[in-house]
Design a protein. Sequence first.
Length: 512
Amino acid sequence: MLLCTGFVVAVAFGTAFTVVYNESRVETSGQHEFANPVAIPPVVEPRRGADGRDHVDLRLQTGTTEFLRGKQTRTWGVNGSYLGPTIRVRKGQHVSIHVTNDLPESSSLHWHGMRLPAVMDGGPYQEIEPGETWNPHWEVKQPAATLWYHPHPHGRTAEHVYRGVSGMLLVDDDISDALELPDDYGVDDIPLIIQDKAFTDDGQLDFNGRGMGPGSTGILGDTVLVNGTHDPHLEVTRTVTRLRVLNGSPARIYDLGFDDDRPFAVIASDSGLLPAPVERTRLRLSPGERVELLVTMEPGETSILRSHPTDLGGGFPADRFAGADDTLDILQLRAKTTLEPNPAAPRTLSAEEPLTAPADARVRRFELSGTAFINGESMDMGRIDEVVAAGATEIWEVRGAGLPHNFHIHDVAFRILTIDGREPPAWQAGRKDTVFIPAGSTVRLVVRFGTDVDPATPYMYHCHLLYHEDSGMMGQFVIVEPGQESSTPRRLDTGGVHDGRGGHGAGHDGHG
């Protein structure tokens, strides 16, 4: 239900002007029947090639999907009409992905959270023309984690994600296998891709809906889908269920908890397992962030996963524009009358040492301002913003000015040192690749960089509110041999890549 309460008259710099602002909030609690079983994305089966690599075939395609009863929505997907399969890989595995683009325009596929060479990253430099196939390949060198994949064409990422091109990418390893965690995929180990949508009256995706005003964080929908399912429920068959939760929305920030305030155990964040489970009743998840939760239920119980109103730091009207006052029912958990027992969370999860920085670590500072700027500059694909030595550990300070933002760095895992000078809560103290930044706040990160040297192919860092990213709130860094930082060129020849505004050329690394 959409509640509307008027408009605001704003005055700035002594000049009166009127901003017609629909002061609306969305309230869906108590309005769902939870009539539909939540879809579980299939796991794609790799095939072993003569080259010793495990090959996966993905096809970006168009189609139609029935989200709302009796209405067919035009959508995009991967190996289907909406969303894509779950890709499951192991540490030490050599993977080779064949991505064919059957969409009507160029796109790309970025492996969000994966650490790999820049030419395999799937960012703006690896766009795939219609009819072409791109073949990135790499060795998985990181610990078990819940990652995801999504398009990353410069200037069009929000639209492509909103249309449906996304999926889960799960990494397994021997350490996680040895823990007594729920691991029966689709039974007690459940991927949850949470996305909000706005629909037109005839059931099509609305790209100009609520949220797209001055100071916008992006499109906000009043309908929440889980794995592409509207009005979903999950049948719980075991005493403890593992939920791998991804905020796959372009703009919405969720404040997650259950309607009965039941506690849950947080066992992992973006880049892997926490040192130990952390009990919570609420947590905030911004676009691109992931968490793994263990939820315990008794036979016959029901509980609703809900997004609650929250403070995003922007005050009025910025928080209202960002959907902070909304209450959204997301998914009902329905426990059967008889449940199979499985173990509670182990006391210890990961023995990996926390990331630390040397006393002389380089400090870089970034300010995210408006909807399109980092340190006062908008994205320029011909400009290298930062040059980093291979294997370096640095301190990055990131401030969000005026609006809520978040921040994602490609090819790294980082640890949050402080948020406005204070240590983060324990559930945010693990390794991450994306962090929420309340309006006016500063986060201090210790960042460990990879060793794949390529001075000619950048990685990205950017706000993962995708409207901001597309508008230009993105920068580029390259990894070079230690000692080569000052001699590395700061301009690139971008004649062979899209600029997000229609211009492009042919050919890019990794095509097969």
